[in-house]
Write a protein that binds this ligand. Structure first.
Ligand code: C2O
Ligand code: CU
Length: 451
């Protein structure tokens, strides 16, 4: 895998050698290779010469595999694991060193579309693709389906071809260009960009389930299946009381949706993103009916104004959280940062502070605490809580008819607000953070301490 975060391999070389030793060894060659970073050159071997001699240094520019940061950990996103299995380096466990092993052991619950991913050096390691689905089968059947596919969506920086214009941050809403992050140019489904991904085969008359997981670092994908409507049955793996039929489904980083479609329209239909740079960058596959293998691929439909797009207010969750023993504090978290608000593209704050200076939220065991997230920045923040799902009560001040049960919630850019309730049923210190790794690394994390 050759996924690169811009031009950092040389600079990060101090993971293997000390920076001092490295600079000493490489001398001026360091500058030379840094300037040539677009071709991903490696630090050259340079032979220091003895005093008084003419120095001849041979520089070799070549592609190499370069280990940036060896240890890692795994976080089980959306699974109610014990705190010691949560996989946050230095909070729940030491990072697992190269060659070492660590056994994660937990009850696989609750059922649903979950996923797991690295939680060490996340911006880099997630970019390298360290994530995968974990599907926990329910005991009683979900809405029945004849066939199912799990699709893990991701974003990549390949640097070639020349990066497409960065996709809009907010799906169809247009970009909030406060993004100094890497230039994501390639978008994949299960690790493949169109047309490399195998088509999804269906048979007429079937009900087909798609488990959609957004494992990308920064993208809000707005998915649509030409010729079909999607019935949303689960948010982050948790069931809705009734399926909600939509034409398009925005999905923010770390969110999951289960959808079902009725295969009643034979042909070869694109499943794609409404945001064109995503589709052009590879986020597309074909749903192909048996018997229609040689049919022409249906054209991408024109976007009609009447399109029904999923939003949280359309869903009604099934509340599976334990009955709280009492009510705790109410917290107001103001999210800010980025170039526009803090003057630094890499600083992301909660109530003006960066983690670990942020104030923790505290719940006694089984107490329910209330949280309002307000986004004063120019980027959307998909907020995720470890260890337990929460209730989404209100979005933009508007009360949902019935709360949704989720573990990741989008807090829209520019004054977006979300009100949550957390029932602290799983004791431990849990991270509560923006799931864009650049924002998490930039400080946008608080702890939720459950007694
Ligand atoms: Cu899926 Cu702390 O993250
Ligand atoms: Cu964020």
């Amino acid at each position: 895998m050759q996924k690169q975060h811009r031009c950092s391999p040389q600079k990060a070389g101090n993971n293997l050698l000390t920076r001092r030793a490295f600079l000493h060894l490489a001398g001026t060659a360091f500058l030379a290779t840094t300037a040539g970073c677009a071709s991903r050159t490696a630090p050259p071997a340079a032979t220091p010469a003895a005093h008084g001699q003419a120095i001849e240094i041979a520089l070799t520019a070549q592609e190499v595999s370069w280990e940036l940061a060896p240890p890692t950990t795994i976080h089980w996103h959306g699974v109610d694991v014990p705190a010691a299995m949560d996989g946050v380096p230095n909070l729940s466990q030491p990072a697992v060193q190269p060659g070492a092993t660590f056994t994660y052991e937990f009850d696989a619950r609750p059922a649903g579309t979950r996923w797991y991913h690295t939680h060490a050096n996340s911006a880099r390691q997630l970019d390298l693709g360290l994530s995968a689905p974990i599907i926990i089968e329910p005991q009683a059947a979900d809405p029945p389906a004849d066939r199912e596919y799990t699709l893990l969506l991701d974003d990549w920086v390949t640097g070639s071809p020349a990066p497409a214009p960065p996709p809009a941050d907010n799906g169809m809403m247009g970009g909030m260009m406060d993004d100094s992050g890497p230039a994501y140019d390639t978008f994949t489904i299960n690790g493949k960009a169109f047309p490399a991904i195998a088509p999804l085969t269906v048979r007429q008359g079937e009900r087909v389930r798609l488990r959609l997981i957004n494992a990308s670092n920064m993208q809000t994908f707005v998915l649509s299946l030409a010729g079909h409507r999607l019935q949303v049955t689960h948010t982050d793996g948790n069931p809705l009381q009734q399926a909600v039929e939509v034409d398009a489904l925005p999905i923010v980083p770390a969110e999951r949706y289960d959808v079902i479609f009725a295969a009643n329209h034979p042909g070869r239909w694109p499943l794609y993103a409404l945001n064109q740079p995503h589709t052009q960058g590879g986020l597309k596959t074909l749903v192909v009916y048996e018997g229609s293998e040689s049919a022409p691929e249906a054209e991408l439909p024109d976007l009609t104004p009447g399109l029904r797009v999923w939003s949280y207010g359309l869903g009604q969750g099934v509340d599976r959280l334990p009955q709280p023993s009492g009510r705790g504090a109410t917290y107001q978290l103001t999210l800010s940062g980025g170039m526009m608000m803090s003057g630094d593209p890499n600083v992301w704050t909660i109530n003006g502070k960066v983690y670990p200076q942020t104030d923790p939220l505290v719940a006694e065991r089984n107490q329910v605490i209330s949280v309002r997230l307000s986004n004063m920045s120019m980027q959307t923040h998909p907020f995720h809580l470890h260890g337990q799902s929460f209730r989404v009560l209100r979005v933009g001040g508007q009360k949902l008819l019935v709360p949704l049960i989720k573990d990741t919630v989008d807090v829209p850019a520019m004054m977006g607000t979300v009100d949550l309730e957390i029932v602290g049923f799983n004791p431990g210190d849990w991270m509560f953070h923006c799931h864009k790794p650049m924002h998490m690394d930039g400080g946008m994390t608080a702890l939720v301490k459950v007694g």
